[in-house]
Design a protein around this ligand. Structure first.
Ligand SMILES: Cc1ncc(COP(=O)(O)O)c(C=O)c1O
Length: 469
């Protein structure tokens, strides 16, 4: 009876269930999940009710195709619903595997660990599997603290490492930290890309680790060439471990297998997640040196000193192996570098013509388009007006018409940064890039007319959200 009330009897036929109740998506989320997110989606016109996807394309309920330049926040490096990963998952389900026995270990986890050790820089070869990026960060922080016997963690302003309490303690964004204090004690922020500040923070030799995204996801900030090699030397000098959070930058995203490869840096711990399973199954991994791992798991009665239930589940492990295979077979790391270079050239050309663009930051297919105050008087008036109203409004003038008029999904790179972030699947081709550049050109053209309809639309959005906040 209870099951019938909960609508679960329909689960006997999942496709009919989806078809019959697709029209209720937002009602269900408003009522049972997160009504504030639904409000945001409605107000910016992102409530498309997507039903199908493949490669770099999404299909919405009305049958409109959308070019996905967001890739699920960087989950779909190999494109959505890759057939090879799907086949591997079906094969594993069909073989009825003995997954998660727990008081035994499985071959798939061993094979994925072997593959990751083969790809990881230097002598990183001991793998701990997780269910998410933030869980990887939690694990890395615990391993660093136990391996060094110290508790201080140094992190960067603007850093994003996930939202569980440990990861939040090394998060450099007040909008996430707020309302959660007190967080972990002894976590010290330093400005990103500032070796002097890092040295001061490390110099007491009391830090377990410095955790850093090689390229910061919020805003897409790329460090100077000497920063990460310098951080490596400083960590060595002062006895701290270097943790590279490659949850977003890893597995080809930046045009190298790992972003640290750009600077030939070998961290002590490297964290992966997001794209490791091709977007099918939650997965993550912390890869470290055997000697560091051995300091945590240092006796038989500590074999579960850090563990989880689902980390090594067979579906995630199989999807991980298939995903690595696809990345190699389809040359996606190189493709990311090539397409990133192509987009960079086009974006720099647009930046030369449109004064609202102040900076273009590109590494592979991790791209930030930074906007800033224009010098033309009329445009400056519009800029000031919008920013006075709400410091997050401006980018909506770019992202909203990109979706509404040109059917391209993009995102704002973080609060108060005036940066649009481009994070497409690594499988995009030149035609996709050209389509995006042409669409962006049209959107920028509208945005450079003040007064004009682009500004009015966003101003009205600001008025509406202020009224209903
Ligand atoms: C660099 C980085 N670390 C950690 C995380 C957290 O990952 P998850 O959302 O899987 O917990 C993210 C998520 O965006 C991230 O970009």
């Amino acid at each position: 009876m209870e099951f019938r009330r909960a609508g679960l009897l329909y689960l006997m036929d999942i496709l009919s269930l989806i078809e019959n109740r697709l029209g209720e998506t937002y009602t269900l989320h408003r009522r049972y999940v997160n009504p504030q997110l639904v409000r945001v989606l409605e107000v910016i016109g992102y409530n498309r009710n997507y039903t199908r996807a493949g490669g770099s394309r999404l299909m919405d309920a009305q049958g409109r195709e959308v070019l996905d330049f967001l890739a699920g926040f960087g989950v779909f490096n190999i494109g959505r619903n890759h057939p090879l990963v799907a086949q591997v998952l079906k094969d594993v389900i069909n073989m009825a595997p003995a997954s998660m026995v727990q008081m035994d270990v499985g071959v798939l986890a061993g094979l994925l660990a072997e593959a990751l050790a083969g790809l990881a820089p230097g002598d990183l070869e001991a793998v701990f599997f997780t269910n998410s990026g933030t869980e990887g960060v939690e694990g890395a922080l615990k391993i660093a603290r136990q391996a060094t016997g110290k508790s201080k963690i140094i992190y960067c302003d603007r850093a994003f490492h996930g939202l569980t309490l440990g990861a939040l303690s090394v998060n450099g964004n007040e909008e996430f930290r707020g309302r959660n204090e007190p967080l972990l004690p002894n976590c010290v922020p330093v400005p990103f890309n500032d070796l002097k500040a890092l040295e001061i923070a490390l110099s007491k030799k009391d830090a377990a680790a410095f955790i850093v995204e090689p390229i910061q996801g919020k805003g897409v900030f790329i460090p100077d060439p000497e920063y990460l090699p310098g951080a490596r030397s400083l960590c060595d000098r002062y006895g701290a471990l270097l943790i590279a959070d490659e949850v977003q930058t890893g597995l080809g995203r930046t045009g190298r297998m790992f972003a640290v490869n750009h600077w030939d840096v070998v961290p002590d711990l490297l964290i992966l997640s997001k794209s490791l399973s091709g977007g099918y199954v939650p997965v993550g991994a912390v890869i470290t040196r055997r000697d560091i791992h051995g300091k945590v798991f240092d006796s038989m009665d500590r074999c579960f000193a850090h563990s989880n239930t689902f980390g090594q589940n067979d579906l995630a492990m199989a999807a991980g192996l298939a995903t690595l295979h696809v990345i190699e077979q389809e040359n996606l790391v190189e493709q990311s570098a090539v397409m990133g270079g192509y987009l960079e050239k086009g974006l720099r050309e647009l930046a030369g013509r449109y004064e609202l663009i102040h900076d273009i930051r590109v590494k592979g297919l991790m791209i930030g388009i930074q906007f800033g105050k224009p010098s033309a008087l009329s445009l400056k008036t519009g800029w000031n007006l919008l920013h006075k109203m709400n410091e997050d409004l401006f980018c909506q003038m770019i992202t909203m018409p990109l979706l509404e008029k040109h059917h391209i999904l993009t995102q704002v790179a973080g609060h108060g940064l005036d940066t649009v972030k481009i994070l497409p699947p690594l499988v995009i081709d030149q035609a996709d890039a050209d389509y995006f550049l042409t669409a962006l050109d049209a959107v920028l053209k509208d945005a450079h007319k003040f007064p004009g309809s682009a500004w009015t639309t966003v101003k009205n959005l600001g008025l509406r959200t202020a009224k209903t906040a």
